[in-house]
Design a protein around this ligand. Structure first.
Ligand code: ADP
Ligand code: MG
Length: 316
């Protein structure tokens, strides 16, 4: 199978919203008048972002999910994406599994694949996504103010525990490993929540590198700091049997759960609780923004000290 047969077979589907999709030198897209485009890219490299033995279905899902999570964090509605693949060889079983995982999530999220690139090389998946958001209403990192409450969706910590277990740093019972692996391999982007946070949240992002590190980005861009109450952090129930230091490290600095972290003025508290009910997505108020720069987690007023603060590809 050559490059063009491969694209035609696995990635060329009839155009839907796109004026022109896969097959020409570029796709043609017509954004809805009055909307801004939110554009983001994320690359996944074997050995760095995923383990070599992960199933191709899960990989197709996850590669798109982490990109959609960025659109969710902006309050954008998914519209179009491109997919660039470096493949060590043509493996049809792998390609059909990858495409199945990718398109299942793409269809669910309403995003259309309109192009990409395919080349031989070490397994690498680079996706770019574009979503629409009403002009001026995107959720930025820079809008938090001292006094705003800090919220997080769902539960955190499970994906990091799965990574530690697969790296041989932790031994888990089978049920815990299965629950944590599910969070790591099949994250669900919080798209409905992100869209509903427009006009409610003052700042937002998705948690990919760890709750404290990511909240630090909101704090830095907003020119303030944050205090987190550890007892309010929604630690994934799968971690209930693990030692407290492991739970803290995973939930505060683990990352990879792709939950949303956002801030909102206290007046929005009741509305956010109602939204959690409507969407059936747990929302936890975990602390507040403060004037003093820096982000810390506290338990009964005592600061928590973590061995590792968050994920950084270029950390020494
Ligand atoms: P060019 O040489 O102009 O870069 P290519 O030969 O790389 O074009 O690609 C041919 C067409 O197939 C283009 O429309 C491109 O967007 C699309 N395409 C290539 N790889 C992928 C892929 N992995 N998924 C979706 N579309 C792809
Ligand atoms: Mg090309």
């Amino acid at each position: 199978m050559n490059e063009f047969e491969l694209i035609a077979r696995y990635f060329d589907r009839p155009a839907r919203r796109a004026v022109l999709g896969v097959g020409d030198d570029a796709a043609l897209l017509a954004p809805t008048p009055g909307m801004q485009l939110a554009v983001s890219a994320d690359m996944l490299v074997e050995g760095r972002h995923f383990f070599a033995d992960v199933s191709p279905e899960a990989l197709g899902h996850k590669a798109l999910a982490v990109n959609l999570s960025d659109l969710a964090a902006m309050g954008a509605v998914p519209a179009w994406c491109t997919l660039s693949l470096a493949l060590p060889r043509v493996d049809e079983a792998w390609l059909s599994g990858f495409a199945a995982g990718f398109f299942a999530l793409a269809d669910e999220a309403g995003i259309e694949l309109v192009g990409g690139d395919t080349t031989r090389g070490p397994l690498t998946i680079a996706i770019q996504v574009a979503g629409e958001v009403p002009a001026g209403l995107a959720l930025l990192r820079s809008g938090a103010r001292p006094g705003d409450e800090v919220w997080v969706s769902g539960a955190v910590g499970a994906a990091a525990v799965a990574v530690a277990a697969r790296n041989g740093e932790l031994t888990l019972d089978a049920a815990t490993l299965a629950a944590c692996s599910r969070r790591l391999d099949l994250p669900l982007p919080r798209l409905a929540l992100g869209a509903r946070l427009r006009g409610l949240a003052s700042a937002a992002l998705d948690i990919s590198d760890g709750l404290l590190a990511d909240l630090g980005h909101i704090a830095a861009r907003s020119g303030c700091g944050a205090r987190i109450d550890w007892d309010a952090v929604p630690v994934d129930p799968a971690l209930s049997g693990l030692p407290e230091p492991v739970r803290r490290q995973a939930a505060l600095a683990g990352g990879d759960d792709y939950e949303l972290c956002f801030t909102a003025p206290p007046q929005a508290h009741a509305q956010l609780e109602a939204l959690a009910q409507t969407l059936a997505v747990p929302l936890s108020c975990i602390g507040r923004m403060v004037a003093q720069p820096g982000v810390g987690a506290f338990v009964q007023e005592q600061p928590i000290v973590l061995p590792r603060a968050g994920f950084d590809h270029f950390a020494a």
